[in-house]
Each structure stands twice: as structure tokens, then as C-alpha cells.
Design a protein around this ligand. Sequence first.
Ligand code: HEC
Length: 123
Amino acid sequence: MKRLFISLAIITIFSFFIVSCYYDNEEALYPSLSNSCDTTNVTYSGTIVPILNNNCLGCHSAAATGGSILLTTYDEVVARAPRITGSMKQLSGFSAMPKGGGKVSSCSITQWDIWVRKGMLNN
Ligand code: HEC
């Protein structure tokens, strides 16, 4: 009886260790809750193109040209980069973009700035 009690105590103590080792990472469990903005892996194809696709190409593509400005190729985007910066940040002196549709996320603007600062690589 005494031995049974001791083994139960040992099992209980060890199970505490097992339980206490369990660790939930909220960001891993709920990625949508994490407020992370990827500022390290900013590339033209992986970051800038999706931003333009989601916010701009509805008007600035061959199908529907907003003010006959195309933002579908790398060269077009680079050529207009300074105007895009002003329009996306909705600075005075620039036509605010996306036209009539609020503002792109601050994460997207940060990523755009990083891409421009790093020399607008075609990566
Ligand atoms: C609903 C349609 C629409 C959307 C969406 C849109 N644009 Fe435009 N954009 C226009 C039109 C129309 C013009 C030309 C008239 C003007 O400048 O307001 C224009 C003009 C521009 C110009 C030139 C303005 C200037 O001041 O030099 C830039 C740069 C631009 N857009 C970038 C963008 C970017 C970047 C996005 C996405 C973040 C975007 N646009 C989203 C319709 C749109």
C-alpha cells in the first residue's frame, strides 16, 4: 500500500513536469491574430506584386486603365515609383490611391518603402 502511494506520488510529480513543459505559441496557433508585418523578406514578386494586385490593378491594368496608367510590369512600376509612393501615402500634391477606396495597410506602405529604399530590385 505504501509502495503504491509512493509510485502514485512519483507519477503525479512527473506528470507535473510533462504538463508544465506544454507551451502554446499564440502566433503559431492563430496566425490571423498576430499583427506581424514581414519587413525582412520584401521582394518585388513576393510582396510588391501582391500589393498592386490586391489594391491597384483593378484599374491600372490593360483591362481597365485608370487614367491610362499601367502598373502591370516591373518597368512600369519602377518608372512611376515616386508617384506611387505619394499616391499610396495620400500626400498632398498626389492623387490619393486606391481611388475612392480608402488606403492600403500601413504594413503594405512600409513594405513599399523598404523595397524602394533597397533599390527597387526585380527579385
Ligand atoms: C478605382 C480605380 C483605381 C484604383 C483602385 C487605383 N487607381 Fe490609381 N488612378 C486611377 C485613375 C482614374 C487615375 C487618373 C486620375 C487621377 O490621377 O486621379 C489614377 C492615377 C494614379 C496615379 C497617378 C497620380 C499622380 O498623382 O501622379 C498613380 C501613381 C496611381 N494611380 C497609382 C495607384 C496605386 C499605387 C494604386 C493602388 C494602391 C491605385 N492607383 C489604385 C484609378 C485607380
